[in-house]
Design a protein around this ligand. Sequence first.
Ligand code: PLP
Length: 451
Amino acid sequence: MVQSIITLSQDKIPQQWYNIQADLKKLPDPPLHPATKKPIGPDDLAPIFPMELIKQEVTMERFVAIPEDILDIYRLWRPTPLVRAYRLEEALATPARIYFKNESVSPPGSHKPNTAVAQAYFNKKEGFNRIATETGAGQWGSALSFACNLFDIECIVYMVKVSYQQKPYRRSLIEVWNGKIYASPSEQTETGRKILAEDPDSPGSLGMAISEALEETISHPGTKYALGSVLNHVLMHQTVIGLEAKEQMKSVGEYPDVIIGCIGGGSNFAGLAFPFAKDKINGKDIDIIAIEPAASPSITKGLYSYDFGDLSGLTPLLKMYTLGHGFIPPKIHAGGLRYHGMAPLVSAMAKQKLINVNAIQQLETFESGLLFARTQGIVPAPETTHAIAEVIRQAKKCKETGTEKTILFNFSGHGHFDLSAYDDYLAGRLSNYQYPKELIDAAMAQLPKID
Ligand SMILES: Cc1ncc(COP(=O)(O)O)c(C=O)c1O
């Protein structure tokens, strides 16, 4: 009998988050103030984030204690199961052993509440009762409204318009948890009104929605902002995934040769990979692979440069791989991957060759997602299908070469609210997007100049 589900008892939930900044030989260059272009300090971030999260952004402590109130909420769904995908292995006739960490079992259906709960908690602790945010596919917006509701915090979500239209039930979920939601670009903000005046049919982008959420924050005293990915503290909160996975793999005598995750801003990938990357930094031989969409290939086609995190240039300048903050990615269904930039920590690790990065086209990802759903049962989110496509490539390579590798990937979310995307795929209405070179070249020309 193959043991397919590897559980971890609830008293084994990690008590600390892991901070890879303590182990990286070279840290990313610091964020810069958008006006002065000098490194920012805590006071610059205080208008938008609570102080505890600002401290976590820059801490060099290797482990940061998780407060009991957060653990108490994590226990609603954590530890998440580690699953051996033996039916997928059989379908591929591969000698590889494939494991996935199933983050789709959280109430909103993805890894996102691991940080949403932490961010809501630290805001509440410092007396902030109103939080604004953006969301791509709606997973982050629903995770934050779920978390804010538990702490009695008002939650305002700007959801990228194309996703708002593609995934109407994510909106319902946000409202079930008492969140307020606007399709972005919206009439609510100066930024949104300006975009709509120029292009009434704008599909929106994460960069635009971040600008709207930041404007909402700055123009409403007492409101703070929350980001669902990219920043160091967000990636750190996600490391409960990899810390649990390590224990679970150990309990069945396994250690991964290959680790795979999809990347939009980098958080689910980092959450699984960073605790293992620590071992790689210390000499262990692991292939850690991040997968991005071919339509928005920040690392494989972008520049490693300072850029804004949003369209309007309201965020600090981050040193990262970017396609240019003005780039509006094509309307792929993986809304959570439609982002021009990448987490500075993930970018630095790609630059330092600690991780490898591939870009995959939409049709291959949906084909892979369907094979997964038809063998393992769970329907993956379109973002997650990117990781699965690479797992399948790797498993096929193992078959060709007769190598028995252990592959571990992050099943970042389910696709129960993304079924219209599967409808489109099954009806042959989806296509690949050619790399939008001209649009990216135009956006790159607007990268801020740093002396
Ligand atoms: C299910 C799922 N996976 C992956 C992502 C990509 O984000 P990140 O790279 O921060 O994990 C998202 C973002 O919305 C998501 O909803």
